[in-house]
Design a protein around this ligand. Structure first.
Ligand code: GLC
Length: 438
């Protein structure tokens, strides 16, 4: 049979339709950028209402609520539902890994500890943000370089910096004349001043066996000149400096000016005891300033200042912490998720979280803002920007959870008196080398 032009046309059309149907049905695993079902609504001129789920750790300040309120006012078509994760970053981490490794679409946006992006990027849990950043002309140079770096892996940006953390020393201005400069000075003042103005303790810190212990330990280690992993990615933790630092840490934890259950203390226990007015000094992150001045919860409003951490032989050191915002690779609303990420990590969102939550911005220019400066004298002090920028990072590697576990176990054994500081240093060295060379 001879095909007429018309029949050929019909056949081609049928073929094309088959291909289209096949494409639509091949329920691909890949996340889609656009939600096709929305098109008709948009064509009708109605703005589609989307709810995104934002997961974050416990926030004892009003900051998260305030940021979301401001966002929803600006983007009335996007509703943000919050999902509260545990306050212990390690526990949160494990819950995210469970959800994301099964490609759950439940969470759209999540807060990520600075130690996670490398691991989450490698495991394919997150969406690369570069195309959004480019599209919206976000200038990453406005941010502290270290905080941008923490969200980078394999040359791509996986996370936007939301706020940065550096360990700081809190003290009671109604008790302390001159805040301590060194660890020995802190020990002396904590012993001497404990009991004044109704306090029970001289010092509070985070020494439970969890991630916060690592940040406290890193501050001791760096202040005595030690390092865990050097810039060439070599494990160098077994050093006389580490040993001296861990001995000092043990001296503090074993003293009678800390609570007898200090080995159960995380940030939340520190915060509760501190705002109840129970201690002269405390180590925590900048947010505690906001809780300290919260009229409803705190009994020490107006009597708190923060300063840099006490120095060891090599000076004062703060551990670098902080939180980034990431998008679940399998989010069904990546565009709206990005809108929220952009807001919360942008100048408006960061200012709200500084003013309402005492969180340290990652955008340098915000430190010139008067309302941000009013949060604490440290925020107004240009030297604090230095502290933030020179804070000591934890090793950046996709196997960070393993490294952290090794340190948690070995350092805890020193604090409980089950091994010496030297034994811990030797064991950490051997175990970390093995983990990194696997
Ligand atoms: C803070 C820091 C985070 C750190 C955690 C440890 O949340 O921002 O980086 O891992 O404390 O408890």
């Amino acid at each position: 049979m001879k095909l007429t032009k018309r029949m050929l046309g019909i056949l081609l059309l049928l073929g094309l339709m088959l291909v289209l149907v096949a494409c639509n049905n091949s329920s691909s695993d890949e996340p889609t950028d656009e939600n096709d079902s929305n098109n008709s609504e948009e064509a009708n001129g109605e703005e589609e209402q989307v709810t995104i789920v934002y997961a974050r750790g416990v926030d004892t300040t009003p900051a998260s609520e305030a940021v979301i309120k401001a966002f929803e006012e600006k983007f009335p078509n996007i509703k943000v539902e919050q999902r509260e994760m545990p306050s212990d970053t390690g526990q949160s981490h494990d819950q995210y890994v469970t959800a994301f490794s099964s490609q759950s679409t439940e969470i759209d946006v999540f807060n990520a500890d600075v130690i996670w992006p490398a691991e989450f990027a490698q495991a394919n849990y997150a969406l690369e943000l570069d195309r959004f950043i480019e599209k919206d002309g976000i200038n990453l140079e406005d941010y502290f370089p270290g905080t941008v770096q923490a969200g980078k892996f394999d040359g791509k940006q996986w996370a936007m910096p939301q706020y940065t953390d550096a360990g700081v020393l809190y003290y009671r201005t109604d008790i302390v004349d001159t805040p301590p400069e060194t660890w020995d000075d802190l020990i002396a003042q904590a012993e001497e001043l404990k009991g004044e103005e109704g306090t029970e303790f001289g010092y509070l810190m985070q020494s439970a066996q969890y991630e916060g212990l690592i940040t406290n330990a890193i501050e001791f280690i760096a202040s005595y000149g030690g390092e865990v992993v050097n810039e060439n990615n070599e494990v160098v933790v077994d050093s006389p400096e580490t040993v001296k630092a861990l001995e000092k840490m043990k001296e503090v934890v074993g003293s009678d000016f800390v609570p007898s259950n200090i080995l159960n203390f995380m940030e939340i226990e520190t915060e509760n005891a501190w705002i109840e007015g129970k201690s002269v000094f405390a180590r925590n992150w900048p947010y505690l300033m906001s809780s300290s001045n919260d009229e409803e919860r705190s009994s020490i409003v107006g009597n708190v200042e923060m300063t840099t951490m006490p120095a060891g032989d090599a000076g004062s050191a703060s551990a670098l912490g902080g939180w980034m915002t990431m998008i679940n690779r399998y989010s069904e609303h990546p565009e709206e998720a990005w809108e929220f990420v952009k807001f919360i990590s942008g100048p408006e969102g960061q200012k709200i979280s500084a003013v309402e939550g005492g969180r340290a911005p990652t955008i340098e220019a915000l430190y010139d803002d008067e309302e941000v400066q009013a949060v604490s004298s440290l925020f107004a002090n240009p030297e604090f920007r230095e502290v933030l920028q020179t804070a000591v990072p934890r090793p950046v590697t996709p196997i960070y959870p393993e490294i952290s576990d090794i340190m948690q176990i070995e350092i805890s054994k020193v604090l409980t008196g089950d091994q010496s500081a030297q034994e811990a240093a030797t064991n950490m060295q051997t175990k970390m080398e093995a983990a990194m060379n696997e």
